[in-house]
Design a protein around this ligand. Structure first.
Ligand code: SAH
Ligand code: AVI
Length: 338
C-alpha cells in the first residue's frame, strides 16, 4: 500500500472534511423521521459500507438500465462533453461512489485536480485509492461530506471548476431541493454536468426498482439493519417488505418499507407502533423530461443547457453553464473556461 501511494500523486483527505456523517445527526434524523405521521427516513443513510456495496450490485443488474445508459451516452458524446467542460479543469464530483463514470471523464479531461465528494467514507476512499493507482499523474482530494449543505471545497483560483453530478442522484432530491442544490453549486463552478434519468414507460421504471434477484429490496432493508447496528434499534427485518412503485403525478419512483404485521420497534427510550400495512417512506427517485429539467436549471440561474442522451432516450446528461455576466452580477469571480 505504502509503495503504491509513493508511486501515485498525493491522495489527501481534505481538511475539515468530516462533515458528511455524524452519529448524533443520524440518530436525530431517524428519531424525527419515525415520529412523523408518515414515517420516513432520509435516503442519504442508505450508504454505509454494506449499502454502498449493494448499490454497486444494483448498477450491474439487468433491470437497472440507468448506469449502462449513462455510461453509453457519455462514451457516445465524450468529445462534446470534454469541449464543454474544458481540459485541465478542476473536476468536482458529488456522490462519486465507486467512481465508475469518473474514469472515462478523467481519462479524457485530464483535470488539474479531482475532488470526489461522498457521504460514504468507505466507498469514497476505496474509489480514490483505486483511481490513484490507475491515474498516477492525477491530484485527488477526496472530501467526505453531505452535498445537501454548503461544503468547504478548496479549489484553486484561476483554474476553471466543473461540477460533475452523475447517476441521477439529483433525482433523489425533491425538485425544490434540486433547485437549491443547483443554485448553491453556482458558487462552486460556472459549469456543471448533471446526469438525469428521463421519464419513460412506467413498466421499465417499475422493473428497475423491483429486480428479480431482490438486490434493491436488500438495499432498502439494509437501512433498518444499519439503524440496528449503529443505533441499537430492534427492527425485525422479516416484518418489513420492500415496496417500490412509479407515481406518475409527481413523476417519481417511491420506495417504502411496509410493515407486514402490527408491532412495536424500540430505539433507546423511543417506541414506535407499526400497524400492519403501514409504510416507512425511504426514497424518492424523480424522473424528468428534458424540457422539465432544463426549466428547473434555468430557474436555478443557469443560462444555457446542452443535452446529451443515449440512443434509446432513457437517460440524459445536461451541460449547464452560468454566464460570466451573471456571475459578475451575483458578485462571483469569473471561472468558466474561455
Ligand atoms: N455517482 C455514482 C454513485 C451514485 S449512488 C454513480 O453514478 O453510479 C449515490 C451516491 O451519492 C452514493 O455514493 C452515496 O453515498 C452518495 N450520497 C447520497 N446522498 C449524499 C449526500 N447527501 N451527500 C453526499 N453524498 C451522498
Ligand atoms: C443513487 N440513486 C440515483 C439511485 C436511484 O436510482 O434513485 C438509488 C437507488 N434506489 C434504488 N435503486 C437505486
Amino acid at each position: 500500500m505504502a509503495r503504491e501511494r509513493r508511486r501515485s500523486a498525493p491522495l489527501e483527505l481534505a481538511a475539515g472534511s468530516k462533515g458528511g456523517f455524524s452519529p448524533t445527526g443520524f440518530r436525530d434524523d431517524v428519531v424525527a423521521g419515525l415520529s412523523l405521521p408518515q414515517k420516513s427516513l432520509p435516503p442519504k443513510y442508505f450508504y454505509d459500507a454494506a449499502g454502498s456495496r449493494l448499490f454497486a450490485r444494483i448498477c450491474r443488474l439487468p433491470e437497472y438500465y440507468l448506469t449502462r445508459a449513462e455510461l453509453a451516452l457519455t462514451r457516445r458524446h465524450l468529445a462534446a462533453i470534454v469541449r464543454f467542460a474544458g481540459r485541465g479543469c478542476q473536476l468536482i464530483e458529488y456522490g462519486s461512489g465507486e467512481g465508475v463514470k469518473s474514469r472515462m471523464l478523467i481519462r479524457a479531461l485530464r483535470p488539474a485536480v479531482y475532488v470526489p465528494i461522498d457521504i460514504s467514507e468507505d466507498a469514497l476512499l476505496a474509489a480514490a485509492r483505486s483511481l490513484a493507482r490507475e491515474f498516477p499523474w492525477l491530484r485527488i482530494a477526496p472530501l467526505v461530506g453531505d452535498f445537501s449543505r454548503p461544503l468547504d471545497i478548496r479549489v484553486r483560483r484561476g483554474t476553471p471548476s466543473v461540477v460533475y453530478f452523475p447517476g441521477s442522484t439529483i433525482g433523489n432530491l425533491a425538485p425544490e431541493e434540486a433547485h437549491a442544490f443547483l443554485s448553491m453549486s453556482r458558487g462552486v463552478a460556472a459549469r456543471m454536468l448533471v446526469g438525469v434519468d428521463l421519464k419513460k414507460d412506467p413498466a421499465l421504471l417499475h422493473a428497475a426498482y423491483n429486480d428479480a434477484a431482490g438486490v434493491t429490496a436488500a438495499f432498502n432493508l439494509n437501512l433498518l439493519a444499519r439503524i440496528n447496528r449503529e443505533l441499537g434499534a430492534d427492527f425485525d427485518l422479516r416484518r418489513f417488505r420492500h415496496y417500490a412503485f412509479y407515481n406518475p403525478a409527481p413523476g417519481r419512483i417511491e420506495m417504502h418499507l411496509v410493515a407486514l404485521e402490527n408491532h412495536v420497534v424500540r430505539l433507546g427510550r423511543h417506541r414506535w407502533h407499526f400497524a400492519a400495512g403501514e409504510a416507512i417512506h425511504t426514497e424518492n427517485s424523480y424522473k424528468y423530461s428534458a424540457e422539465g429539467f432544463r426549466a428547473l436549471a434555468e430557474r436555478a440561474g443557469f443560462a444555457r443547457a446542452r443535452t446529451w442522451t443515449d440512443r434509446r432516450g432513457m437517460f440524459a446528461v445536461f451541460g449547464l453553464s452560468f454566464s460570466d455576466a451573471r456571475r459578475r452580477r451575483a458578485g462571483l469571480p469569473p471561472t468558466s473556461p474561455a
